[in-house]
Design a binder for this molecule. Structure first.
Ligand code: MF3
Ligand code: CO
Ligand code: CO
Length: 268
């Protein structure tokens, strides 16, 4: 069966299958691969400068300048009013932390740096965690287990698999380690736009949700909390998302392409 026939086959059997625009063309994949590579190089530049004593605004400067130097545009700057070129989420911030000159990284902090780069109109989106100096055993474990959740979920990314399998694997590994998964902030299709369909939920049941087919591109970006999964948004800035119970939170994010045989990481 060719792709059209397969989609038809599963549609008839009441499976959720991607619509045509969720399957990228070869030219789009090439463009998104390039944007993803450059986005990875932007994060590599952060690897080089991050240390105790720098401000999160310094990270923003490095991301902004590196992105421009490599021929890209930072996607977050001005996105729905977001004021900076990167998100920097420290300790109990789950995501969307705004860089600030006043926020100085201290020994023992954990931080997520989430960069999205536009190149020739295509998007790459990825984030990494950093441990600042020596961190607590719990913090180290949370950062490690969150990365494991993401890496384990990749084996579920292949043709005719289900989005629910990705969530199921992440949820099981987080739970087994005593952590909780933020259920209602999700990964997303990406590439031609910043946030596209489908939603990629980080909790789920096997063999449920949308089926995967070659050419789909989406992020997987689990947010894992040391305590409860509940969160709230900072009322003053309207962006920063904190854990409700003040517990630590970690996140890693890749942009992933579904291939004929499995997956390709387009940005990490
Ligand atoms: N990069 C984030 C994501 O993974 C989105 C950040 S949007 C912003 O989807 F406006 F908060 F920057
Ligand atoms: Co991101
Ligand atoms: Co994303």
């Amino acid at each position: 069966m060719n792709l059209e026939e397969k989609l038809q086959y599963y549609r008839k059997r009441k499976k959720i299958v991607p619509s045509r625009n969720m399957i990228k063309t070869a030219a789009q994949i090439e463009g998104i691969r390039k944007a993803g590579q450059i986005n990875g190089q932007v994060l590599d530049a952060v690897d080089q400068i991050i240390k105790p004593g720098i401000s999160t605004e310094e990270i923003n400067r490095v991301v902004h300048e590196t992105t421009i130097r490599l021929g890209g545009t930072p996607a977050t700057l001005g996105f729905e009013g977001y004021p900076k070129s990167v998100c920097t989420s420290v300790n109990d911030v789950i995501c969307h932390g705004i860089p600030s000159e006043d926020q100085i990284l201290m020994e023992g902090d954990i931080i997520n740096v989430d960069a999205t780069t536009i190149v020739d109109g295509y998007y790459g989106d990825a984030s990494r965690m950093y441990c600042i100096g020596q961190v607590s055993e719990q913090a180290e474990k949370l950062v490690r287990v969150t990365k494991e959740c993401l890496d384990l979920s990749l084996k579920e990314v292949k043709p005719e698999s289900f989005l629910g399998n990705i969530g199921a694997v992440i949820q099981a590994h987080a739970r087994a380690n005593g952590f909780s998964v933020v259920a209602d902030i999700c990964g997303h299709g990406v590439g031609v736009g910043f946030h596209e369909k489908p939603y990629v939920c980080h909790v789920g049941k096997r063999n449920t949700g949308m089926m995967l087919f070659p050419g789909m591109i989406f992020t997987i970006e689990p947010m894992i909390n040391a305590g409860r999964q509940d969160w709230f948004v900072d009322e003053d800035d309207g962006w920063t998302i904190y854990t409700d119970d003040g517990s630590l939170s970690a996140q890693w994010e890749y942009t992933i392409l579904v291939t004929e045989t499995g997956y390709e990481i387009l940005s990490k």
